[in-house]
Design a protein around this ligand. Sequence first.
Ligand code: MLT
Length: 412
Amino acid sequence: MALINENFLKLKAGYLFPEIARRVKAFTEAHPDQANRVIRCGIGDVTEPLPESCRKAMHEAIDELGTREHFRGYGPEQGYDFLRNAIAKRQFQDRGIEVSADEIFISDGSKCDTGNILDIFGNQNRIAITDPVYPVYVDTNVMAGNTGEADANGAFAGLLYLPCTPENGFVPAIPKEKVDLVYLCYPNNPTGATATKAQLQEWVDYALANDTTLLYDAAYEAYIQDPELPRSIFEIPGARRCAIEFRSFSKIAGFTGVRCAYIIIPKELEGRTTGGTRQLVHPLWSRRHSTKFNGASYPVQRGAAAIFTPQGEAEVTELIRHYMGNAALLRAACADVGLAVYGGENAPYVWVACPAGTDSWGMFDRMLTEANVVITPGSGFGAAGEGYFRISAFNSRANVEEVCRRIRQLLG
Ligand code: MLT
């Protein structure tokens, strides 16, 4: 009988979003009369149709594959040049940010990338994560054996938790101790907070002084409205020597089901061996990617590249405008009923303090059973998320208006 990876047994509950889906299913089965009334603002899954430019590019790519002349089999594992070049130019170089096409690795999702990145790091690293946090960072470290057991609050031994609270604007204080890896995500999931250039500069300075690698998740960068806020860690001087950035097409262009994302690993970024030898990280990821991945599909990469055409850019702008309009409505509804509201101004998530006396799962239950609205309990993102809930702005305008009406009715 094969030995199992016992680290999985440390994971107490199911992954957050399937757990929410399970509870919603149980509720709708028990109350079939309310099933059609349920509005889902839990998982941050996009609702608006794929941009026409992407669909057209994917149709054409499929048709190409149907001809002997243009058929393609395996593509380059790191991604096709047409997409890597378009990303490098439009997302970075045109904005004065130094990133070259061969530092970009195309994948089928940021969730996978943020988990898989641990393959190229050793298992004796001191790892810091923000709290609350996107659960993937924690769970994948547990699976990899980088933690001990969880305590009663769900905090895993061995991880350094960096509390993110209204007092620090949900941007954690720089640790007093030295850590090897730090996960940062801005605009933040789940709090919707953003970090300024000065705040990120402090992190970069800390990382350079301590040989720390920053794992910077910028999946929501397109939602930044304030031109002063950084969209990439690589806008910060020195970041090329200490950071990896994760980006995704999921939330920009409705690709949650289509699947396409990318990582940027600068060629000068170094790690070290246990013996103390410095080692470039880029070739390690390249080796990992080409061994374990055969590339995102050709039609999907064509669809993603279409986002960088003038039509695609206009369509993306419209999608972002739509979701940010939803976020503004949700913010206003929660504020109107007297709740403290955060985020939602440069991010598609609104982070709300629960009414006094109600905890996160209590609020989840109340919203589901009394308003038929699915939210995400803040405690599902970590101990510091207790007492909060997250509302996703990814929805149709009609649904968001109805959610606002029900919030006012329930809590007003
Ligand atoms: C979320 O709701 O936090 C996101 O949808 C999760 C994800 O992007 O994987």
